[in-house]
Design a protein around this ligand. Structure first.
Ligand code: F6R
Length: 364
């Protein structure tokens, strides 16, 4: 049942305010002042490092979470693609927690990576959408993301629910390790509670994004740029676009632009710049200027403050509501998803069942 939507993907994008609200409530303590983990939970004071492993979109959720665990909990984090991790046979020193993120809980490479860590890591945790899955069953602690069934092959609500649970886990780690003040923790928890309403505001940009997508649909190549937390989001935006619209898309950390990809800039290829008005904004805008100076076409995704400063020169601007910079990945996933969705619809591709792809990759 597509609930009145044309595609499951559209329905699942629209469900995000509700399912994220449910995930936040599930992991909030009764008094709302802290994060509660299921079962015996986890003692992050006894941990020296976190190794996160996943594939595809789930891998980008891990890349995002690396910023959170490092900045909020001061915990060293390694992130790897499951197919690379397992064949490299990395050493797993004592004090390591291994964390696996998987919507299906059945991805062959992720499961094999988990089994590689058995008996080596201090603890094996998973962040999954299917609690009965192999990855959940073989973990010491499985954290459900509560996204509900995801039917569209391109992951949307599972991604933002993974991000929500990973951020709350990072907040738990920060609280236990004493690396966050109670005031900052309270601020972030209340921002998480307010997230469904910010997501609804983001969804109101649907028609504006559909108009921008019509122009994107003519492109053969698209470049996505972002810095900090927006770098993994650029990777995710490019993956979504490739998967369902079949337009070649690449993502770079904005700072890498001048180390090669700037050679691609011309008057034809759209460049999607993800840049909320945060502490890195000026740096990203200066990279955007480098694109503009070469005649490049910039589609800027930012907030009101960012648009006031930088929208003037952009080819297209998509405006998001303001949220605490820590939460921007969960919010900016929405325009990235909608942009890919409407581009695919404009091109007439099979949005829910893109060619060559399967929802669950149970073979290598
Ligand atoms: C992209 C997508 C895939 C999956 C990847 C991992 O939209 O859906 O990249 O994220 O195949 O799948 P899970 O999360 O089931 O392990």
């Amino acid at each position: 049942d597509k609930g009145g939507h044309k595609h499951f993907m559209a329905k699942e994008i629209a469900e995000q305010p509700r399912v994220i609200g449910e995930a936040v409530r599930h992991y909030l303590s009764g008094d709302g002042n802290s994060v509660t983990l299921p079962g015996d939970g986890l003692d992050f004071t006894k941990i020296d490092r976190l190794t996160m492993v996943a594939c595809g979109t789930a891998f980008f959720a891990c890349l995002t979470a690396k910023y959170w665990f490092e900045q909020l909990a001061r915990l060293p984090v390694e992130v790897d693609i499951a197919s690379e991790f397992r064949y490299r046979e990395p050493p797993i020193p004592g004090g390591t927690v291994a964390l696996f993120v998987s919507q299906s809980g059945e991805t062959a490479d992720t499961l094999a990576a988990l089994r590689y860590c058995e008996g080596k890591a201090d603890k094996i945790i998973s962040v999954v959408n299917v609690p009965e899955s192999s990855i959940a069953r073989e973990s010491d602690l499985a954290l459900p993301i509560l996204a509900g069934t995801e039917i569209g092959v391109a992951s949307t609500k599972a991604f933002t629910c993974q991000l929500t649970v990973l951020l709350m886990l990072a907040l738990k780690a920060a609280e236990q390790r004493g690396t966050i003040t109670p005031e900052r923790q309270a601020d972030l928890l209340s921002a998480l509670r307010a997230l469904p309403s910010s997501l609804n505001t983001a969804l109101e940009q649907n028609s504006a994004i559909a108009r921008a997508a019509h122009k994107l649909a003519e492109a053969k190549d698209v470049l996505f740029l972002g810095r900090g937390l927006m770098y993994p989001m650029a990777l995710e935006g490019a993956l979504k676009l490739k998967e369902i619209s079949y337009i070649h898309a690449e993502a770079y950390a904005s700072g890498e632009l001048k180390h090669g990809p700037i050679a691609l800039i011309d008057k034809i290829m759209p460049v999607v710049v993800l840049a909320p008005r945060d502490t890195l904004f000026d740096k990203t805008v200066s990279n955007m200027q480098e694109v503009l100076a070469r005649g490049g076409k910039v589609m800027l995704i930012t907030d009101d403050a960012g648009a006031a400063e930088a929208a003037g020169e952009a080819w297209q601007t998509i405006v998001m509501p303001h949220v605490d910079p820590v939460l921007t990945p969960i919010l900016y996933a929405v325009p990235a998803q909608l942009l890919a969705y409407h581009t695919a619809v404009a091109k007439g591709t099979d949005v829910d069942q893109p060619r060559n792809l399967a929802k669950s990759v149970t073979v290598e």
